[in-house]
Design a protein around this ligand. Structure first.
Ligand SMILES: C[S@@+](CC[C@H](N)C(=O)[O-])C[C@H]1O[C@@H](n2cnc3c(N)ncnc32)[C@H](O)[C@@H]1O
Length: 216
């Protein structure tokens, strides 16, 4: 008997989720970061990593395996996450409201800034794309303010009307820019990831004080 598309989607989701759990990770999102990192070698020993939209925590858990105990991990999400990582700190809050000082704590900067943030989807494609591009822009603003020279960025985006401008912005700030749709990402999903490799300079802002942003 033929299975419904919805049934196939659910069983694929469950399979990936089970595999992630078996490896001790909180979510199947791990497979996306693992693939990106294997390809571009972004996270290394002793790195300081910031993860924006970190719940339920698999990217931070993966980052911890790469940085080792000498690294430092900071995550933020609207939902509370407690991973019990000895070298990790998680904040609950909104990325549009948090300050750069709160993210840095006692660190001077980060070697890698990650964002797997996604808006609550409405099903209205244009609205979801716009909100995703706003989250991506906020992640880039935070990366500009916190990345060390030569640092790396990974951000999720639902491609919308601002996509080309955002790519241009990444090309301005990073030595290399790569786009990737990981295997772990469903074919029908409009998400993709943009990697900025080798941070060079922040994008000029009309007002560069970089306090908390206006949107919510
Ligand atoms: C796909 S999940 C991240 C999964 C995560 N990478 C992992 O491996 O477990 C996206 C997260 O982005 C968070 N998010 C979306 N908008 C946010 C915002 N404005 N501030 C903070 N977190 C946000 C959501 O709460 C959600 O937990």
């Amino acid at each position: 008997m033929a299975r419904s598309k919805l049934g196939d989607k659910k069983s694929r989701h469950d399979r990936f989720q089970k595999r992630a759990m078996q490896r001790g990770f909180n979510s199947r999102a791990i497979f996306k970061l693992e693939e990106i990192d294997r390809k571009h070698k972004l996270i290394a020993r002793n790195h300081r990593v910031l993860d924006l939209g970190c719940a339920p925590g698999s990217w931070l858990q993966y980052a911890a395996t790469r940085t080792g105990p000498g690294g430092a991990l900071v995550g933020i999400d609207r939902f509370e996450v407690d991973l019990g990582l000895a070298n990790g700190r998680t904040l609950s809050g909104n990325v549009y409201k948090v300050s750069i000082e709160e993210l840095l704590g006692d660190l001077d900067n980060f070697d890698v800034v990650l964002s797997d943030m996604a808006p609550d989807t409405t099903g209205v494609r244009q609205l979801d794309q716009t909100r995703s591009e706003q989250l991506f822009t906020r992640a880039l603003d935070i990366a500009d303010a916190t990345l060390s020279p030569g640092g790396h960025f990974v951000g999720k985006i639902f491609q919308g009307p601002e996509f080309q401008e955002l790519i241009k912005r990444c090309r301005f700030s990073f030595e290399k820019v790569k786009m990737i749709k990981p295997e772990g990402s469903r074919k029908e999903s409009i998400e993709q990831y943009i990697c900025g490799i080798g941070f060079q300079k922040p994008f000029p802002q009309p007002d560069s004080t970089m306090g908390p942003a206006e949107s919510s």
